[in-house]
Design a protein around this ligand. Sequence first.
Ligand code: UDP
Length: 493
Amino acid sequence: MEPQSSPTPHVLIFPLPVQGHVTPMLNLAELLCLSNLKVTFINSTHNHQRLTRYTNIESRFSGYPGFGFKTVPDGLPDDHPRAGDKSWLSELIQGLASSAKPVLSEIVVGAEAEAEAEAEKVTCLITDGWLSFANDVANEAEVPVIAVRCFSACCLWAFLCMPNLIHLGEIPFKDNEEMDELVKNVPGMDSFLRYRDLPSYCRTKDIPTCRQLQHLFTGEMQQIQKAHSFILNTFDDLEGPILSHIRQHCSSSRVYSIGPLHAHLKYRLGPNEITISKPNNSSSNLWEVDRSCISWLDQKPDKSVVYVSFGSITILTKEQLMEFWAGLVHSKKYFLWVIRPDLIIGSTSSESLKLLEGTKERGCMVGWAPQEEVLAHRAVGGFLTHSGWNSTLESIVAGVPMLCWPYFADQQVNSRYVSEVWRIGLDMKDTCDRTIVMNMINDLMDKKKDELERSMRKISDLANKSVSQGGSSYSNLDHLIEEIKAMSNKGER
Ligand code: UDP
């Protein structure tokens, strides 16, 4: 009798449609394709148009015959800026729940119908936090869910502890004076986590919002516990102690730490496929990259430039822009600053770029930079960042110490870990003053440079080891792929 060949698992991947989630999920998709899994990536229609306009995304995946895109509406009007005050993110999540849910159902049902044999059916849906409706769709279709969170384990752990913090009355905080006191009930963080370091959502003073939060984070916990397994974009040598707490807490699902995903993908693609030689090929930019900054960096001495970027969502007031600008100019360091077209509230990018007129010699501003390439450039010596999780991991992999100005969500926790636990950067949270900016840039680039670089080198080496053959993230990904293959073989659903 002919031996029966194993079916190819078919994985659906559905990220929250924002840059910081699309990028790592596309990297995950490509990692699964490299193991010959069939992958359908579900983008919002709006983001898919931007991706195809600004990258060679189709050609990036053209070598993987099992890969395909599907799109769902994000529920926002075409002319919605999808930027501005962060409240647009709640609109996005609501819009998705009403508009994307039926289309996602059709995609799942359609994929099921297309499958010629039982074994070819959808193996699992890999989906992001905040998209609880995607979990509902999967449950209705009896498709197992693998949960992913695109933020740090330390932030996730703080989230998971929040219902208890609310129950014990630690949240809401009583007043601002409490902000520097230590939080008592986040195990593993009691010696350094202050109220001001909790995820920004905790900064609420009213009980009804607290109740909503309690509900949200209890649901978050249940989603993870119900998931078949759970993926985090981190590595054991960075967040091992916190991962142990999470593993204990979520004992019903297996937790796979497989990051940093961008470095992991680069390693598995091998030296011939490195993105830097084909910058647009493996990027996932939702903005047009301005590569002129690379030739500008080429003219600068080693480690002399501060790279300044606040990610894809953060916005600044004009006053904050002026404080950063003055601090940067007075620090007398070179700086490369990403001024997204929608970075400044109530201002156009051309207005902001006029700022530079007097500082052309020291500063270069672009609308969107090839960030990984910039961080890897020999001229970059420090990163003024909003502490988004992708930016933090990219800085770690490139070995560039950080000056953190967290804006919201996980960033408050990340920046505390960067400064107090990993000691690879400085934290200026909750201040935005030109003298502080200037002094902290000088600390980053001169006074504290050596000690920060020493710890950064160690952590950066561990990051690169974790994604190399034999490393923890490398073997965790192998195990995850085996698990997906086993799900498909057993027809576990
Ligand atoms: N990024 C980029 N060019 C820029 C600014 C940001 O490529 O000019 C990328 C950055 O490399 C990272 C992502 O955008 O992968 C931002 O994600 P992060 O989690 O740091 O922050 P978020 O945008 O989610 O707040």
